[in-house]
Design a protein around this ligand. Structure first.
Ligand SMILES: [Zn+2]
Ligand SMILES: [Zn+2]
Ligand SMILES: [Zn+2]
Length: 307
């Protein structure tokens, strides 16, 4: 019970800090630390309910036991098949690690994003794994603050989506990829085009959270990378065979060639995608290197040449 109580205390303290940031900007630092450690304690508590030994690792040299660090905790949860939105948690961790030198209270979205990401992780985990009602656990006051912050964050996000929707793309799939992508620097999803009603490939984009700016080509490459990562994780989790969606473009060499849509999402190049002999589909590598033949036709050809 004490682990759970510590988790609750830490999260409540984090929200108390949050309420006081306006009066004392230094509270941002303790707010971040309290929320992050409160969430890790919730995870530890759950592992503890599965098996109390899970939250310790034995030190090889001595008889002593040590509690888990972040990486070890993540591994144990993965082993126990606990599905956590690690992306959300990594955002919080990144703010916690960078807070003192990189972020300032001058950008109110930092605080908003931090609390909203915490809300997502806590809400999901408490309901799904602890099977508790978060209002009962954290109290009505704390919980209503979390819900309100998330609501305001979602309004910012909606505005970004509307702006992205107003622009013109080569293909609707590109818009979908950009909409679901996160900033490559801070991982938050508040990417705003710097112009509306424009051609998407002619303008720049800014992350409202960390202010990183990208042009269209950088943005689409990053969005594709995230999509491929996500697909690979999902395929491996469900034991599906890997589905090749993108490969390196043979023309611009960006990792942005869509095998499915038959053109490059960065430069619009259309590559040859079938074997000259048997007309079967080429693999991503074969498309990237503009191979004339599929591997079995190439093997047959090489054998004939060798004889
Ligand atoms: Zn960012
Ligand atoms: Zn290209
Ligand atoms: Zn062939």
């Amino acid at each position: 019970m004490t682990i759970l109580q510590n988790a609750i205390d830490s999260i409540q303290l984090g929200i108390e800090d949050y309420e006081l940031i306006k009066e004392n900007p230094k509270r941002l630092i303790s707010c971040t630390r309290n929320l992050f450690s409160g969430i890790l304690l919730l995870f530890k508590y759950y592992l503890y309910t599965l098996n109390p030994d899970l939250i310790y690792i034995a030190l090889k040299s001595k008889e002593k036991k040590k509690t888990l660090d972040f990486k070890q905790l993540k591994d144990k949860l993965d082993e126990s098949q606990v599905l956590i939105e690690w992306g959300e948690l990594e955002k919080i961790q990144k703010i916690r690690n960078d807070i003192e030198h990189k972020y300032s209270d001058e950008n109110p979205l930092i605080i908003l994003g931090l609390v909203a990401a915490s809300f997502n992780v806590i809400n999901d985990f408490v309901r799904k794994y602890l099977q508790r009602d978060p209002i009962e656990l954290f109290g009505e006051e704390v919980w209503s603050i979390l819900i309100e912050v998330d609501r305001v964050y979602q309004i910012e996000r909606k505005q970004c989506i509307n702006d992205l929707d107003s622009n013109t793309y080569y293909n609707i799939k590109i818009l979908e990829l950009i909409k679901q992508s996160n900033c490559s620097e801070c991982r938050f999803d508040l990417i705003k085009p710097l112009k509306n009603n424009a051609d998407a490939d002619q303008i720049r984009y800014r992350c409202l959270f960390c202010f990183q700016e990208n042009d269209y080509h950088e943005l689409i490459v990053s969005a594709i990378e995230q999509e491929v990562d996500y697909q690979q994780r999902r395929d491996s989790m469900f034991g599906d065979s890997l589905n090749e969606l993108f490969c390196t473009c043979p023309s611009c060499w960006m990792n942005a060639y869509s095998i499915e849509s038959c053109f490059c999402f960065s430069c619009e190049y259309q590559a040859k995608q079938i074997c000259d002999v048997c007309e079967s589909s080429l693999t991503g590598d074969e498309i990237s290197f503009q191979s004339k033949f599929c591997s079995s036709c190439r093997n047959r050809y090489e054998k004939v040449m060798a004889e």
